[in-house]
Design a protein around this ligand. Structure first.
Ligand SMILES: C[S@@+](CC[C@H](N)C(=O)[O-])C[C@H]1O[C@@H](n2cnc3c(N)ncnc32)[C@H](O)[C@@H]1O
Length: 297
């Protein structure tokens, strides 16, 4: 099955899922996402946790190993099959195939819900239902930790090229490329692996490269390049996450929108790491983490 945008989410296709399960999502994830995420997650013990859109279950297993009772749910059966096979030994961890539009749990059931880079897989109606359902199955004063890819109009690069040069190369190569050929065309280009993360807008059947005056619109179909693969996604801005969360009884407790503050911080990272990052990582969050609390009713 080919990768595609789906009615209530995205489908990476069998090969896409295999690649996704093997790829490590890059040093920027370790610095700007995992570091903050683990410090938030490590305080949960003996809690009832839902990892919605769990993928191959990496974070579900992380929480189960901290002595919580965990359910990982994902719409792609192939993801769940891989997750089940990987973590057979964990008795306190269950995986199920399901759709975030209608979570198969009673109201106020979970202490903690994780939605880690899931909203970007959802078309607008499902995006809203995702937050509604999180709010419904979360206990009063329960916590939801939501992460998202941010700064979608930027090309985040590794050290070997700068963003503008890469954009020009891509622009030239994808001129008149059909959406279904985007991955084939780009994967043959050696520079493609120098793009850590970027977004391609799919508008009127054309592939467009976003920039400051032409950003993806909320809910628009996009393709996202992440380290190792290209996946179908939907665009949702940080502001949209905040707005929809607040409209569904979820109060913002804390937000992390981290980036290098200056060249010195970037240089320090690049000196100590095998994978060097480009200067777009200064001042622009590549991910955001939003910690939400269910308002009591
Ligand atoms: C980028 S992956 C993130 C996986 C995991 N949370 C992680 O951080 O490793 C997004 C996941 O959301 C899932 N997804 C997409 N639409 C969904 C839906 N409607 N309901 C449940 N899961 C969905 C996809 O199948 C995919 O596994």
């Amino acid at each position: 099955m080919r990768k595609k945008h789906h009615k209530t989410g995205t489908n990476y296709g069998d090969n896409g899922v295999k690649k996704y399960s093997k790829s490590k999502h890059g040093p920027d994830g370790k610095i700007f996402l995992d570091k903050y995420l683990t410090s938030l997650l490590n305080k949960y013990k003996k809690s009832t946790i839902l990892d919605v859109g769990c993928g191959v279950g990496i974070w579900s297993a992380y929480m189960a190993n901290l002595d919580n009772v965990v359910v990982g749910l994902d719409i792609q059966k192939k993801m769940i099959d891989i997750a089940k096979g990987k973590y057979l030994n964990l008795q306190n961890l269950n995986f199920i195939v399901g759709d975030t539009e209608k979570l198969p749990f009673r109201e106020k059931y979970f202490d903690l819900i994780l939605s880690l880079n899931v909203g970007c897989n959802l078309p607008s109606t499902t995006f809203r239902k995702h937050f509604n359902e999180i709010s419904r199955v979360l206990k009063d004063r329960g916590i939801a930790i939501v992460t998202l890819p941010d700064s979608l109009d930027l090309f985040f690069t590794d050290r070997n090229h700068d963003s503008d040069t890469l954009k020009k190369l891509v622009c030239k190569d994808i001129e008149s490329t059909k959406i279904q050929d985007l991955e084939d065309v780009l994967s043959k280009k050696s520079y493609f692996s120098n793009i850590m993360r970027s977004t391609f807008i799919v508008r009127n059947n054309k592939v467009i490269i976003p920039n400051s005056s032409n950003s993806p619109v909320n809910g628009e179909k996009i393709w996202r390049k992440i380290p190792g693969l290209l996946i179908p996604n939907f665009s949702h801005s940080y502001n949209e996450y905040v707005k929809v969360a607040q409209e569904t009884n979820l109060k913002i407790k804390k937000v992390y929108r981290e980036s290098f503050k200056n060249h010195l911080e970037l240089e320090k990272h690049n000196q100590n790491s095998l994978e060097k990052l480009g200067c777009e990582y200064i001042g622009n969050p590549v991910f955001s983490i939003i910690v939400l609390e269910r308002i009591g009713t």
